[in-house]
Write a new protein. Structure first.
Length: 391
């Protein structure tokens, strides 16, 4: 069955256990419960009105008759009172019938307004339970409450679908990342067994390089998983922004010089601002951002690190003059193993989740990280926003 088709979901009216062992709901339908509820309200109103009219109406009516016609006989008074009681009972009976008919009509209308969106929500939830995350609930004209519920449900469905897509892509990309070094090592092992290749310094270096690559991949996957789950060890303390940026620039200086890319960390008043953070983790964020900028900036390009501060937050900006990003690439930059076009293909030195780790660490510091670009060839601009410490 193709993913685009939405299978119809059969529902059971009665109670009992479903095919998956879950207990299906039992009881009266919504329309019946609404009719009974409104009928009970109408009946209670009629009974109350009847009792009140029967208890208080005749004495009051009798008193007014005595005042209006003191010469009337006893039989005449009795006849008039019986006429009053009969008229009251008939009017109350007609009112009861009309009220029940109105309740039936209102129930039918309200049930139609509620049953269709609720059925749509139920069907969409059932389809999601079957793994069809493209299912959506349609509740047009159902009122603000159900519309809000449907929008929340559809948003949840979209997030679950995106999570499932990310999981599938993660498994595929992890397999891809491991396939190259494993295949290379396997080919050399076959060559060694067949005597085609001899063990020497070059072979040992190749084995060591691919082993290190697999080890880095495992470490990075473990780190980003711990960071996204909030299990990354943190040692928060006041950190001066200038110290953080200066240390990151000093650490990356040799790599930039080797490639011929300029690196400038511009001092500003924001350098004297302190943030409460883990110095090592934020240093890792800056290292990942600078490594990413260097990887995608050609020789002769420039990478600039600046900072601006307000009373509540500090914004650190890493801007490069490199390859840039298309509007289609921007929403996926921080996804694990995301691949853009061939111009942004990773080299063998990274596992492809450095920016994912950076985002997880920044999120753990109650901050935010964003990216922008004017287009291919126009460079990229990463902004890390962190709250200013109050102590």
């Amino acid at each position: 069955m193709s993913a685009a088709r939405r299978p119809r979901v059969s529902s059971s009216r009665g109670g009992g256990s479903g095919a998956d062992g879950t207990r299906e709901p039992a009881g009266r339908p919504l329309a019946t419960r609404l009719l009974l509820a409104q009928g009970a309200v109408v009946a209670a109103g009629i009974v109350t009105a009847s009792v009140v009219a029967a208890v208080t109406g005749p004495p009051i009516f009798h008193e007014h008759l005595l005042q209006a016609a003191s010469t009337a006989g006893g039989s005449e008074m009795m006849h008039v009172e019986e006429a009053f009681r009969d008229a009251s009972l008939i009017s109350l009976g007609v009112a009861l019938v009309i009220a029940l008919v109105c309740a039936l009509v209102v129930t039918y209308y309200v049930n139609g307004r509620l049953q269709r969106p609720l059925a749509s929500l139920t069907e969409a939830a059932d389809e999601m339970g079957r793994g069809h995350y493209e299912a959506r609930a349609e509740v047009d004209g159902a009122g603000p409450e159900l519309t809000s519920l449907a929008n929340a449900f559809n948003s949840m469905a979209a997030q679950l679908g995106a999570t499932e897509d990310t999981r599938r892509r993660l498994l595929s990309d992890v397999a891809h990342e491991m396939r190259t070094p494993v295949a290379t090592l396997g080919a050399y092992l076959d060559g060694l067994e067949d005597g085609v290749t001899d063990w020497g310094p070059e072979t040992a270096q190749l084995f060591r390089a691919h082993n290190d690559r697999l080890a880095r991949l495992c470490d990075d996957i473990g780190m980003v998983s711990r960071a996204e789950e909030g299990r990354l060890p943190m040692a928060p303390a006041p950190v001066r922004v200038g110290d953080l940026l200066h240390a990151a620039a000093r650490q990356a200086e040799s790599a930039f010089d080797a490639k011929g890319v300029g690196l400038e960390a511009r001092p500003s008043p924001a350098w004297d601002v302190a943030v409460r953070a883990d110095r090592e983790r934020l240093g890792q964020v800056m290292s990942n951002l600078l490594s990413n900028a260097l990887r995608h900036t050609p020789s002769g390009g420039q990478v600039t690190v600046t900072a601006r501060a307000t009373t509540q937050e500090v914004r650190v900006v890493v801007a490069d003059t490199g390859e840039g990003l298309t509007p289609e690439q921007l929403p996926h930059v921080f996804e694990r193993f995301y691949r853009g076009d061939s111009a942004r293909t990773r080299d063998d030195r990274g596992s492809g989740i450095g920016l994912t780790i950076a985002k997880a660490i920044v999120d753990a510091h109650d901050g935010a990280i964003t990216v922008s670009s004017d287009g291919p060839g126009q460079g990229a601009r990463f902004v890390v926003t962190l709250p200013v410490t109050t102590r």
